[in-house]
Each structure stands twice: as structure tokens, then as C-alpha cells.
Design a protein around this ligand. Structure first.
Ligand code: COA
Length: 220
């Protein structure tokens, strides 16, 4: 962590935050949970969130890239190897789920279960820790709303998810209704990513989560 975060210190980070309505995503998770449980897999919201990131990365591949500072070139990565920050008794570990672009939500959940079980036992394999192309931190599983996540070099972007809360919001008719909301905080390398790209990526990801039918439509 000392080495990685020292390298990250030279990256000019910019942040972008938004709030996501989680009701439909929670309905989807409730239904998937039963199916996954029958297959021996724990299904949380994370596999849905991770798959939506991968679908959005397909449209914005510049965020799934690394920046070679010495040569001044971007290297686009074909694989979406999404690193997940895990809080373990031994501290922070960030294994990555390989090739999310080619996996189902169930496959992602299986990988997340496997990596989390290994992380808790301090037994994550070396290959699971290397080759990440994008990172996500679910700090909301502990608490909190917003964060300022630090990019994991040589990646160019990272996201942090806050805790889901039930909050009052206005509906189309102006009536106050209870809605499940969570916040996302993105950080990106401002040398190579501009704010509009980050915002467009985030909007697409948000649409997938707020309207999971659109996510199913774009899955291969
Ligand atoms: N808001 C509300 N509920 C949440 C949540 C959130 N943001 N994140 C998780 N939960 C819920 C889950 O849905 C699950 O609910 P259930 O008991 O009904 O099944 C429960 O909390 C436990 O989830 P968890 O075991 O944490 O699984 P996960 O897949 O959501 O997250 C990890 C897995 C590894 C990401 C998570 O355990 C973790 O370690 N988070 C901390 C990351 C961290 O340290 N970040 C800082 C990096 S600097």
C-alpha cells in the first residue's frame, strides 16, 4: 500500500460525485439472491454494480486504460479486470475480478465470493492481485456517503460507493416520497481523462442501475 499510494501521489486527481436511486437495483438483487443462494453463491449488490461498470466501460474505454508516463501514451486494455477494495483483518487488499466484460452477474458474484473468502484468510493468489484495470471501493458496507478514492497506478480511474439510505425525494408530481439512495464518488487522472468523459460514463452507469432492464438489453 505504501508503494502504490506513493506512486499515486504524483497523479493529479479530479473528483466527480452523483447520487443513484437504488430501488430497482435492490429489487433485482432480491430476486437474484434467491437464485444465487440455490446455487451456493452469496449475491450482494456489488456484482450488479460491477457488471454495470463493465458495460459502461465498453462505451468509454479510455477509463479502462493505463497511462505510460515515460512514453506519454495511453494503453487501452481489452479486459475489464475490476479491482475490489476489501477490508480484511489484515488490512486493505485489492484483488481484481478478471474479464468482467465476458462474465454474467452470477459469474462476477462467484468470483467476488472466492476472492473475499481468500482475502479474509490472507490467501489471495498473486495473479488475483495483479493486472487490474479499474477499481471500485464499497466503503458503504462500513458506512458513510462520499469519499475521495485514490487511483491505483497505472489505472486512470476509481469509484467509491456510499451506504444506501432511505431518503425523501420529489416524484414527477412534486410529492415527497421515500427513495433508496446511494452516492458514488469517482476519481480520475486529469492528465488523460476530462470531466465530461467521467460524467458521461457515470450517467450511463447510473442509468443501468436505475433501470436494470437497460442493463439486460446491453448484455452479451
Ligand atoms: N449500502 C447498504 N448495504 C450494503 C452496502 C451499501 N453500500 N454494501 C453492502 N451492503 C450490504 C450487502 O448487500 C449485504 O447485505 P445482506 O446481509 O442483506 O446480504 C451486507 O451489507 C454485507 O455485505 P458485504 O459482505 O460487505 O458484501 P459486499 O459484496 O457488499 O462487499 C466487500 C464486499 C469486500 C467490498 C466489502 O465487504 C468490503 O470489504 N468493503 C470495504 C471496502 C474498503 O475497505 N474500502 C476502503 C478502501 S480505501
Amino acid at each position: 500500500m505504501v508503494k502504490t499510494m506513493t506512486q499515486a501521489n504524483s497523479i493529479p486527481h479530479f473528483g466527480y460525485c452523483d447520487e443513484i436511486v437504488a430501488d430497482r437495483m435492490m429489487d433485482l438483487r432480491r430476486d437474484l439472491k434467491k437464485v444465487a443462494e440455490a446455487r451456493g453463491i452469496k449475491m450482494t449488490l456489488m456484482p450488479i454494480i460491477i457488471k454495470a461498470i463493465s458495460l459502461a466501460l465498453k462505451q468509454y474505454p479510455v477509463l479502462n486504460a493505463s497511462f505510460d508516463e515515460a512514453k506519454g501514451v495511453m494503453i487501452y486494455k481489452g479486459s475489464h479486470n475490476i479491482g475490489i477494495a476489501m477490508d480484511t483483518p489484515n488490512g486493505l487488499v485489492v484483488p481484481n475480478i478478471k474479464n468482467v466484460q465476458a462474465k454474467s452477474i452470477f459469474d462476477v458474484a462467484s468470483d467476488l465470493n472466492r476472492l473475499h473468502a481468500a482475502a479474509v484468510k490472507a490467501a489471495v493468489a498473486r495473479e488475483d492481485l495483479s493486472g487490474g484495470t479499474f477499481s471500485l471501493s464499497n466503503i458503504g458496507s462500513i458506512g458513510g456517503t462520499y469519499a475521495s478514492p485514490v487511483i491505483v497506478p497505472p489505472e486512470v480511474a476509481i469509484g467509491a460507493i456510499g451506504r444506501i439510505q432511505k431518503l425523501p425525494r420529489f416524484d414527477q408530481e412534486g410529492k415527497v416520497i421515500p427513495v433508496h439512495i446511494f452516492n458514488v464518488s469517482w476519481s480520475a487522472d486529469h492528465r488523460v481523462i476530462d470531466g465530461a468523459t467521467m460524467a458521461n460514463f457515470s450517467n450511463l452507469w447510473k442509468k443501468y442501475l436505475e433501470d436494470p432492464v437497460s442493463m439486460v438489453m446491453d448484455m452479451r
